[in-house]
Write a protein that binds this ligand. Structure first.
Ligand SMILES: [Zn+2]
Length: 61
């Protein structure tokens, strides 16, 4: 009984490599890759700068 050949077949290699994500936009402040795609409209901030901006806005007032 060797009917598990199909079960053990490797997955098709059509999926892109998990390490190579889509091209991300650069942070407008520190030039680090952000979580926004390159097609994102507007200023893109990396998580760090985004957090700092949020802190600055929160402290104004
Ligand atoms: Zn940044």
């Amino acid at each position: 009984m060797a009917d598990d050949d199909e079960y053990c077949a490797p997955a098709p290699s059509t999926a892109p490599r998990p390490t190579a994500g889509p091209p991300f936009a650069e942070c407008v402040l520190c030039r680090k890759p952000t979580e926004y795609p390159e097609s994102y409209r507007g200023s893109t901030l990396c998580p760090v700068c985004e957090w700092q901006e949020a802190q600055r806005t929160a402290c104004s007032g």
